[in-house]
Design a protein. Structure first.
Ligand code: SF4
Length: 386
């Protein structure tokens, strides 16, 4: 069992990283390459036999390998200030110096950005388009701000146009039944991952295992092996002991800290246990609908960060309630304001930490420790009042 998990992980990693740097040295790729943002309908690209890479994810890998400072400084020397999203600064430094822990991703033939997450991404992709002189496709998802039928028509047309352009680029014709299969794979991956998230709330699972484990749902959600891996992971987690209920349950509201060996501030978690995180539910996309295009619309138009504040609060509250957290550790992320505002009105004591998910220099551990002590006191007071 353990061996199969390792084999599946290794296979997915190998598939993703096998061509890093290889083509930077002038070798011609075997298929067309896209660089995409984290909530791009990659099922279309997979069905067309294209390869795709995620600059945001690679920035996380760079920080995990301890290389982010040099690359962020290079980026600042060139054009972007360190106040911009650290994912972009870190990755821009990487492609400027052609240097990264696993090399650099194969050069793109097309860039695809979506705004269902934030507006930084289309701007960042514009910078990449200037660097590589390749077509840039921006998908505009209106979210809940436009009524259902109109939004569906608007997004469907963009997806059809994307298919048309990528068919020309890749030289392949989209087979709807293959697209349907890719969407089913994604759906299976999401369902298997949701079961893992449920285990996390009740068992002694290290948060690191989920913060790292979700990477496959991001970069390989429509590959069959991802759901297989998650089913095995869940079986493995079911063998873990139950969580220590004497520890105070808290919800991690924000990104993992990619530079940290545990991906969260484990050193200030004395007496606490993490029971949930919004980050590990962001890719639980809802692929419901009768046709492949309806399913893609539903999944990518209504991503968590593309919802209105009220809906976000409602979803977040459901998530926190399910985890049985008594308080939250809320990250006021230097890079990402849109994530932080999700935490409004959640009605629980919060420790609000100033932090960045990539830039390790932007952290005062002493202050964070004091905030956690205050959080513990606040939770005690609230529980006495109930
Ligand atoms: S971290 Fe925030 S600002 Fe940066 S790309 Fe992600 S969603 Fe956008």
């Amino acid at each position: 069992m353990e061996q199969s998990m390792i084999r599946l992980q290794a296979q997915l990693m190998k598939d993703y990283y096998k061509d890093f740097s290889r083509y930077a040295k002038g070798k011609k790729p075997e298929c067309k390459i896209a660089w995409v943002t984290a909530f791009t309908p990659v099922e279309i690209l997979e069905a067309l036999g294209m390869d795709y890479y995620y600059p945001e994810s690679y920035a996380a890998v760079i920080a995990a390998s301890g290389k982010e400072q040099e690359l962020m400084q290079e980026c600042e020397r060139q054009h972007l200030t360190a106040d911009c999203c650290s994912y972009s600064c870190c990755f821009e430094g990487c492609v400027s110096l052609e240097k990264g822990p696993r090399g650099i991703p194969p050069k793109p033939d097309v860039l695809i950005a979506t705004n269902n997450q934030c507006n930084t991404l289309p701007n960042w992709w514009n910078i990449l388009a200037q660097r590589y002189h390749v077509p840039l496709i921006i998908l505009d998802y209106p979210g809940e701000y436009v009524s259902g039928d109109y939004a569906y028509d608007y997004v469907r047309k963009q997806h059809e146009d994307l298919i048309f352009k990528l068919e020309i680029l890749s030289g392949n014709k989209l087979d709807m039944s293959v697209l349907d299969k890719m969407i089913r794979n994604s759906k299976n991956s999401v369902q298997a991952w949701e079961r893992i998230v449920d285990e996390f709330a009740v068992r002694a699972i290290r948060p690191t295992e989920l913060f790292d484990g979700i990477s496959f749902l991001i970069t390989a959600r429509c590959k069959e092996e991802t759901a297989q891996l998650y089913v095995l992971m869940q079986e493995e987690f079911q063998k873990y002991s139950m969580a220590d209920l004497t520890l105070t349950p808290v919800f991690w509201l924000g990104y993992p800290l990619w530079y940290h060996k545990d991906r969260y501030l484990s050193e200030i978690f004395d007496g606490f246990r993490m029971v949930g995180s919004n980050y590990i539910t962001w890719w639980n996309l809802d692929y419901s609908g009768d046709t492949p295009l309806e399913r893609l619309f539903q999944a990518y138009n209504y991503t968590f960060l593309n919802l209105k504040q009220n809906s976000r609060t409602k979803k977040l509250m459901e998530c926190i309630k399910r985890s049985k957290a008594a308080g939250t550790v809320t990250l006021r992320n230097k890079s990402c304001k849109c994530d932080f505002v999700s935490a409004r009105n959640i009605g629980l004591p919060q420790a609000e930490l100033e932090i960045d998910m990539i830039d390790r220099m932007y952290l005062d551990t002493g202050k964070a420790r004091r905030q956690m002590e205050l959080l513990k006191e606040a939770i005690c007071i609230v529980s006495e009042l109930i």
